[in-house]
Design a binder for this molecule. Structure first.
Ligand code: MN
Length: 196
């Protein structure tokens, strides 16, 4: 059994205004994430997944067509917890290790924007790292998540309409710009990387 309290919001609901309103946070965290958790609990009850942690559920259901609903809900719980942890105000200096990997801060941001803006429909854009390929910026569709593909997520942005529509309506590219300029807690990102 998972509970919303296992995935605490790391800031106040008003913290991301004006880029992400308290109303968006309330619905996104308190309704969307809560629903993925409730669905996951129902789906795993009495199955082999019931005693696994979230990461194990995702990895074990990722290639099973029969368990697609379990994968989708588990991955969305992970993706949202990770996303909310990436958000913050006041630590928005792009770290050297990231800008160096892409040839500069502007180049990193342009690449991130280009991949984000290429996502058609619901999905996510990620900065990932693995030991052989280094840093990459990749998009995933729907609930898909890098941890199902053996890649370590470093940073993510939710591109589902519920993430931005109340605040930005059709201006998704402006939401992506605001994320890169003003909404990232790079301290979480750096602490999470553990790859120096
Ligand atoms: Mn979302």
């Amino acid at each position: 059994m998972f509970n919303l309290g296992d995935f605490p919001l790391p800031f106040r609901e008003t913290n991301m205004e004006p880029y992400m309103s308290a109303e968006t946070i309330r619905i996104h965290y308190g309704k969307h994430l809560a629903t993925y958790i409730a669905n996951l609990n129902k789906l795993i009850d009495g199955t082999k997944y019931a005693d696994m942690d979230l990461h194990e559920i995702i990895v074990n259901s990722a290639t099973s067509v029969a368990d697609e609903k379990i994968f989708n809900n588990a991955a969305q719980v992970f993706n949202h917890e990770f996303f909310f942890n990436c958000l913050g105000r006041g630590n928005n200096m792009t770290p050297d290790i990231i800008s160096d990997a892409f040839g500069g801060i502007a180049e990193f941001k342009e690449k991130f924007k280009s991949v984000a803006n290429s996502v058609f429909g619901s999905g996510w854009v990620w900065l990932t790292h693995d030991k052989t390929t280094g840093f990459e910026i990749v998009a995933t569709k729907n609930a898909d998540t890098p941890i199902a593909h053996n890649k370590k997520p470093i940073l993510t942005l939710d591109l589902w309409e519920h993430a931005y529509y109340l605040d930005w309506q059709n201006r998704r590219a402006d939401f992506v710009d605001a994320f890169l300029e003003s909404m990232i807690d790079w301290k979480f990102v750096i602490d999470n990387m553990n790859i120096k």
